[in-house]
Each structure stands twice: as structure tokens, then as C-alpha cells.
Design a protein around this ligand. Structure first.
Ligand SMILES: CC(C)(COP(=O)(O)OP(=O)(O)OC[C@H]1O[C@@H](n2cnc3c(N)ncnc32)[C@H](O)[C@@H]1OP(=O)(O)O)[C@@H](O)C(=O)NCCC(=O)NCCS
Length: 332
């Protein structure tokens, strides 16, 4: 799916994140599996990640992120009429985590549902909320992206254990008087689904009850480096922009080598690229909102800045979004 925005201007007016308190370092992982700080840093750029406590599930970390986004936007929870939660680690399959969040936040008029698109979930959810807002179906949306992958990892499997972390982010989306989303490119290739999968997690669980994340790292690496470049080029060309127009590049934070490759191939200087995989690892649906928040904290999200976000992940899925950042641009 590829398209540029033609309807009313829809932007992001609030941003919030939350990560669990517990920091897990590479050295600590090296005491659990046969790995080393040096190997992890060299192959992935990751130094540490956050992991949820035993009794913490997705909504426990998504709730503070959602509250922070609402406060940032200055929007009362009761005004939200759409809540989409992108995650592959909901508290449980149902009730959905989005319904639980809407209830905890006090959103009686919100439609709420979970969205499953691997690590690309957040970008998919932005596109969905955009469509609902632009069509007039929704007036004010909350998009949450978060995962607690530590709960579905095999803590004996070094090939996956070292890559992931837990975290969540949320954005408020509504009409803006300037800037806003310019377009989206989204895709999926189930043919490559076998390279990153969670056996035993659905109605096929009879084949493998209580499975953990499985991954063919080399294949996912090849896919990631190709698709990050392809998707970004597609959306830029669709929106009549060039790489030189991009002010802030927010790639999915899976591996520093993948980010470096994509930025180099696209011709985006590393100074414009947001990198925080070193501190959080791959937080799946939390990755892009966490990076957005870091970009803002560093003063990079000025009014009018062209922000390119690209995600990729299980499915295999991918997606890009281009937005002209708006500060204080809520349409009246
Ligand atoms: C997983 C990944 C970091 C592995 O890096 P790599 O350079 O491809 O490493 P390889 O898979 O070739 O493995 C090299 C060696 O390191 C070993 N190794 C794997 N994980 C290790 C670890 N955590 N610590 C130490 N050694 C490890 C392998 O067993 C292999 O040993 P061998 O040569 O004796 O067989 C890399 O493939 C990757 O990032 N893939 C994409 C993963 C991803 O982003 N997934 C999420 C997408 S949303």
C-alpha cells in the first residue's frame, strides 16, 4: 500500500513513553547464556535494554506512556474516540489490551482494538488512525505501540535473547492547522514469515505449545537491509520529496548495523538519524515512539521538520511514514 495524504491535515500533538525500571546489561546476559558484551556490541550496537518485572505486563508499561501522551497533548482522555494498540505481546489475546487501556484511562466513547504487525505495528497503527481521522470517522486518536518481548523469549537462546528489550510509547493524533502526515507505504510478505515466528502462540498451538520467539537472524538481516531502503525510497518519491529534504530519520531500532546500512544506502547522514538501540535494544512496537521521544528531547523535532519513520519486522512486514512535524499546531 502506497499513498500520499490528500485529505485534511492530521498530525501528532502529543507524545509519551515508558520503559520498565530494570536495566539489563550485556555482561548480565553473559552470565545467563554463552555470549559477551563485546559480541553483542559489535554485532548489534546494543549495550543494555530494559526488562519488565515478573508482575509487569504490556498494559502496565503502556498505561504511563498513554497518560504522558495525553498530558503532552493537553487532551482529556474522555475526548479520545479511537485507541489502537500495536503489540505482539498483549496482556492476553482477549480482552484486548487496547480495551483494557481505554477503560483504565477513562475513554467511554473510544473504539479500541489491538493491531498485530510485528515490529512494524506502530507504523501500521499510525496509518490506520490517519485514515480514520482524515475520513472524519474519528476526531481524536491515541496510538500506542509497545511490547514486553522479554516474556516470550527463550532465556536459553542467545541468538534472540540479546536482541530485544521492553518499552512502550504513545501518540495523540488529531487535525492540525499546518504540517501533518504526508503519506504511508506499508507492505507484508508472509512468504518470509518463517524467518521470525512465535510457535504455539495461536490456534496452531497444538503443534508446539508454549513456544518462544524463533528467528533466522541472517535472513531477517538480509530482508531488513533491503526493505528499510526500499520502503523509504517509495514513500519519499510518492510524496515528491528527496532524501535531502529529510530532517530526522527514525528507523526501527533493531540493530545498529541495519540502521547504518540503511542510512548509508539512502544517503542520510548519521547526524540526522536517531539511534537509541544501544540503550533499549529492539523494543518492537515501542521502538519508533521511543526514538521519536529521544529526537524531541534532543531538540530535533522543530516545527516543520520532515520526519521519516521506517519500521520492519515479523510477518514479514514493513512500513514507512512521512510527517511534517507540528508543534502547537492543533486545528481549532
Ligand atoms: C542476529 C544477528 C545479530 C547475528 O549477527 P550475525 O553477524 O549475522 O551473526 P551470525 O548469525 O552469522 O552468527 C555468527 C556466530 O555468532 C554466534 N552467535 C549468535 N548469537 C550469539 C550471541 N548472542 N553471542 C555470541 N555468539 C553468538 C553464532 O552461533 C555464529 O557462530 P558460528 O559461526 O560458530 O555458527 C544478525 O543476524 C541480525 O541482527 N539479524 C536481524 C535480527 C533482527 O533484527 N530481528 C528483529 C527484526 S524486527
Amino acid at each position: 500500500m502506497l499513498g500520499s495524504a490528500t485529505g485534511p491535515r492530521i498530525g501528532i500533538t502529543g507524545l509519551g513513553t515508558h520503559v520498565p525500571e530494570r536495566v539489563l546489561t550485556n555482561d548480565e546476559l553473559a552470565r545467563i547464556v554463552d555470549t559477551s558484551d563485546e559480541w553483542i556490541r559489535e554485532r548489534t550496537g546494543i549495550r543494555e535494554r530494559r526488562v519488565a518485572a515478573e508482575e509487569e505486563a504490556l498494559t502496565d508499561i503502556a498505561l504511563p506512556a498513554a497518560r504522558a501522551a495525553l498530558a503532552d497533548a493537553g487532551v482529556p482522555a474522555a475526548e479520545i474516540d479511537l485507541l489502537i494498540c500495536a503489540t505482539v505481546t498483549p496482556d492476553m489475546m482477549f480482552p484486548t489490551s487496547s480495551a483494557l487501556l481505554a477503560d483504565a484511562l477513562g475513554m467511554p466513547k473510544a473504539a479500541a482494538y489491538d493491531l498485530l504487525a510485528g515490529c512494524t505495528g506502530f507504523v501500521y497503527a499510525l496509518a490506520q488512525a490517519y485514515g480514520m481521522l482524515a475520513s472524519g470517522l474519528s476526531r481524536c486518536a491515541l496510538v500506542v505501540g509497545g511490547d514486553v518481548l522479554s516474556k516470550i523469549l527463550d532465556w536459553d537462546d542467545r541468538s534472540t535473547l540479546v536482541l530485544f528489550g521492553d518499552g512502550a510509547g504513545a501518540v495523540v493524533m488529531e487535525a492540525v492547522d499546518h504540517g501533518g502526515f504526508l503519506g504511508f507505504e506499508l507492505g507484508a510478505d508472509g512468504g518470509g514469515g518463517e524467518h521470525l515466528w512465535l510457535p504455539g502462540s495461536g490456534s496452531r498451538r497444538f503443534e508446539n505449545p508454549n513456544g518462544y520467539v524463533k528467528m533466522n537472524g541472517r535472513e531477517v538481516f538480509k530482508f531488513a537491509t533491503r526493505i528499510m531502503v526500499y520502503s523509504a525510497e517509495q514513500i519519499l518519491s510518492e510524496c515528491g520529496k528527496t532524501v535531502a529534504d529529510v530532517d530526522v530519520y527514525i528507523p526501527h531500532q533493531a540493530n545498529k548495523r541495519i540502521i547504518d546500512y540503511a542510512a548509508d544506502k539512502l544517503g542520510i547522514p548519521l547526524g540526522k538519524t536517531v539511534v537509541n538501540v544501544d540503550r533499549y535494544g529492539n523494543t518492537s512496537s515501542g521502538s519508533i515512539p521511543l526514538a521519536l521521544t529521544d529526537a524531541r528531547a534532543e531538540g530535533r523535532l522543530r516545527d516543520g521538520a520532515l520526519v521519516l519513520m521506517t519500521g520492519m519486522g515479523a510477518g514479514l512486514t514493513w512500513g514507512s511514514s512521512l510527517i511534517e512535524w507540528t508543534t502547537n499546531g492543533r486545528a481549532t
